[in-house]
Design a protein around this ligand. Structure first.
Ligand code: CP
Length: 311
């Protein structure tokens, strides 16, 4: 039985085959419409979500399966003090696979260690968000044809942004990636990730102004300043509108630069940018369904080709 806690849990070869499957699922929906008939996905969300929870549920329904779960801790027995370990042992009696989001870093890992069914980390605190990373990689690979040789700017909350932390780690395994980290001093990439980048001799720079670097980027990955991760409301208010991608700023970018965002967006991308052909964040949300379909099918053993080769 395999779980997904980090994007690094899958080898590069396994990811390539997972993405091939996701692309095939997009093109041939009928072929996969019943492969999970009779199977159940539990979505255990201790933190709010729109995309991750609903795309997991849509993915399971697209495969013919059913879904059950809770969307907030307060409507589960966690509110009575039940541990994650006990909850997953019970969920293992009801469902065949579980996607879990939790505000505490490492909680899905604790669940996986006690679970009788595959567990997918659907985001744990400021730590990792592996299925968002799979979504991001599938989007880049599908729209550009490759996961190598590009310059990516990651902009906004790089300190608490789990999508950013997961994506950097995943991209470190591909050739020719240049990272440009764009953030205010207070929201810089954590030191432990900088150490990893240095150990892997990655090409990276850290800057404060988006305008100084936007013209060099092939991909701009915007992120939200996350109110829920701040201890102090004053700091949040000071930093929340530090970056706003407007039409004027986008005019300084390459004609084929891709704008990604894990969403939700608050103010950091002006709505007028949505109609620009470079804005790919709603397509990205759609790819999240296909990659989660491929992941569910794979972890349930219905796509043995993803795991059965030596890489
Ligand atoms: N991208 C993402 O994780 O969105 P949700 O918080 O809505 O799931």
């Amino acid at each position: 039985m395999r779980h997904l806690m980090s994007p690094l849990d899958f080898s590069v070869g396994e990811l390539n085959r997972l993405f091939d499957l996701a692309n095939d699922m997009e093109k041939n929906r009928d072929k996969y419409a019943h492969i999970c008939d009779g199977k159940k996905l539990a979505t255990c969300f201790y933190e709010p979500s729109t995309r991750t929870r609903l795309s997991f549920e849509a993915a399971m329904m697209n495969l013919g399966g059913n879904v059950l779960g809770f969307s907030e801790a307060s409507s589960s027995s966690a509110s009575k003090g039940e541990s994650v370990s006990d909850t997953i042992r019970v969920i293992s009696c009801y469902a065949d696979i579980c996607a879990m989001r939790h505000p505490k870093e490492g909680a899905p890992m604790v669940a996986a260690s006690r679970s009788l069914i595959p567990v997918i980390n659907a985001g744990d605190g400021g730590h990792q968000h592996p299925t968002q990373t799979l979504t991001d990689l599938l989007t880049i690979r599908t729209l550009t044809g490759s996961l190598e040789n590009f310059t990516i700017g990651l902009c906004g909350d790089l300190k608490f942004g789990r999508t950013v932390h997961s994506l950097i780690r995943a991209l470190l395994r591909y050739k020719g990636i240049k990272f440009v980290f764009i953030s205010p001093d207070e929201l810089k990439i954590p030191d432990y990730i900088i150490t990893e980048l240095q150990e892997k001799e990655a090409d990276f720079t850290e800057v404060t102004k988006l305008e100084d670097v936007i013209g060099n980027l092939d991909i701009l990955y915007m992120t939200r300043v996350q109110r829920e991760r701040f201890f102090n409301e004053e700091d949040y208010i000071r930093l929340k509108d530090f970056y706003v991608l407007t039409k004027e700023k986008l005019a300084m970018a390459k004609e084929n630069m891709m704008v990604l965002h894990p969403l939700p967006r608050v103010n950091e991308i002006s709505v007028e940018v949505d109609d620009d052909p470079r804005a790919a964040y709603f397509k990205q949300a759609q790819y999240g369904v296909y990659v989660r379909m491929a992941l569910i099918a794979t972890l349930l053993g219905f796509a043995p080709e993803v795991f059965d080769k030596e890489d």
